[in-house]
Design a protein around this ligand. Sequence first.
Ligand code: ZN
Length: 132
Amino acid sequence: MKLEHIGIAIRNSADSEKIFAELLGSDSYKSENVESEGVKTTFFNVGESKIELLQALDPQSPVAKFIEKRGEGIHHLAFEVEDIDFELNRLEELGYQLIHRTPKDGADNKRIAFLHPKSTNGVLIELCQEKT
Ligand code: ZN
């Protein structure tokens, strides 16, 4: 596995895009809405990994609820895997709680699935696999 990206929950994409563009010295390379999650995603390259800014598109979105409860900040870590179905089975057999047993379409041309933070020390984990 490699750390593919770090997801950061934000309230206002214009403000946050400015902060990360200044911080990293380069603009975002892509913005994409993921309707199934109710979020706008904006990506920045950081070496071999990425920063994914997550802004809620509606108040029912999981990101909106996250910000309501915990404020803006780090939302999840995403690990890239070669075979997401295999990894989900492997982790489920080891007793990890899956939020998605079947991968779904995510941003950036990926199939994604989340593990419940209850079984991962309070850290929301995303597994992702590049679509071929
Ligand atoms: Zn993500």
